[in-house]
Design a protein around this ligand. Sequence first.
Ligand code: SF4
Length: 441
Amino acid sequence: MTDTQRKVGFISLGCPKALVDSERILTQLRAEGYEIAPDYDGADLVVVNTCGFIDAAVQESLDAIGEALDENGKVIVTGCLGADAGKVRAAHPNVLAVTGPHAYEEVMAAVHDNLPAPHDPYTDLVPPAGIKLTPRHYAYLKISEGCNHRCSFCIIPSMRGDLVSRPVGEVMQEAENLVAAGVKELLVISQDTSAYGVDVKYRTGFWQGRPLKTHMQQLAEALGSLGVWVRMHYVYPYPHVDKLIPLMADGLVLPYLDVPLQHGSPRILKAMKRPAAAEKALERIGRWREICPDITLRSTFIVGFPGETEEDFETLLEFLEEARLDRVGAFAYSPVEGAAANALPGAVPEEEKQERLERFMELQAAISQDRLAEQVGRRITVLVDEQDAHGSIARGPGDAPEIDGVVYIEGAFLAPGEFVEVEITGSGEHDLWARPLEAAR
Ligand code: SF4
């Protein structure tokens, strides 16, 4: 199934609260790579968000479900009328699933069941499909589509086109709606967050009646004013990114940067045609740490790229040792159909790739472990994600959901979605252990 085939139609009925639910579901669908179909014909399935407030609304909702079934055939029902699943199924026994209001996790589960989103490490912004669904206290906020770069291993620009930044006022409105719906952490995503606004020449938009530039820094400041955690993903180490770091030091956005570096050898970065390849990443990282010593840096790397020699690989290992990044993901290069890199000479044999990947991971595991051990004794704020049989599982400023580690708080059963002050008492390879001090906010 190709990306363009995953299209969801959406009908939103009812009051502003239902609208927030709709926006929440639409945001999640877009973040996971689904497209929103403008009509029934183009949709693979249709979600109907219903209203059940008065009889006329019930009838309107039932009619909308009927129309979607006639026109498309695959329908998921949610919203207030969905709270009475018997009524919906009595009128329309063929609907795929029925959920009540504010049940976007269940809606997403029904969408996954009927229209799975395939995982592609080269194109996915969010973690693999089959992941736990986003709990209601954090949400992905997509600020742009497409990309102006042409990395030789990537087919996103040919699939999704050049960068198109979402209007800043629209992004902020969505963020405000998410916060009003109970979201405590906004995860800013795009293909290239540092390029936000380049396509519209950093046009001035409006939010809350005030001018606001379509620019990463102004967006980060505005998001930071909402009083929730703001986490920036997919930022390239351009000089203007330096301006974000003081916002982190001031606590406006989380001291966390997800910077996909991909390699440490200038030769390979050139062959990859990486953005900001000429920027001196190590120097930049050093400067960021000077301004904000608490910053957590995450990155991803590809080993075994065509033409990567043992010397290039060792340069990468040296880079890793010097950069001492906190969190690192890596995968062995594998060709993606349609990518320019496929035509490059010097393919690395599979066995060699795997061997390099293992060496890479072994080195980084030791670095990550040391970095985490440095946390022991510190007091930090964490956000509780869930409870298990032993206590609570939370995340600190340095832990993005799904991709980084967690903070275990054993023996304390804290409410998911709450911020809690803790003292770090132990560390492992990926995770931390802590004890609670007091409720933070
Ligand atoms: S920056 Fe490179 S890897 Fe990222 S989406 Fe653009 S072309 Fe693909």
